[in-house]
Write a new protein. Structure first.
Length: 112
């Protein structure tokens, strides 16, 4: 080969080698930065908390009622100290036959 061509090839090989090392260094820096932020997040979550107070005990009650009687049933139970917690439809209204909608009403109150 020509000496001029050899020198040019050698320069290209050196620059390619430098580019590979630079890319490897950038990759290592990115991995180190990513791992460093993950470690900081994990440490931030390890906060010592005081004694955790247990939740107050709760008792639940359930009754099935027709949709039209919901207000009456809820009023009766709330007069006894219960709180309406959830209303779940259990049977859809059948308009063709005339069947009313049925619901399950879940009540709760602090346990005694």
């Amino acid at each position: 080969m020509e000496p001029m061509l050899d020198a040019r090839v050698a320069r290209l090989e050196r620059s390619l080698r430098r580019a590979r090392w630079g890319a490897l260094a950038c990759l290592l820096l990115a991995v180190a930065a990513w791992a460093g932020t993950r470690a900081v997040e994990a440490q931030a979550l390890k906060v010592h908390r005081g004694a955790v107070e247990p939740r107050p005990r709760t008792e639940f009650g359930q009754i099935e009622a027709g949709y039209a009687q919901m207000a009456q049933v809820m009023g009766e139970w709330e007069a006894k100290g219960w709180e309406t917690f959830e209303i779940v439809p259990i049977q859809a209204a059948n308009l063709g036959v005339g069947g009313p909608m049925r619901v399950a009403i879940v009540f709760r109150r602090p346990a005694k």
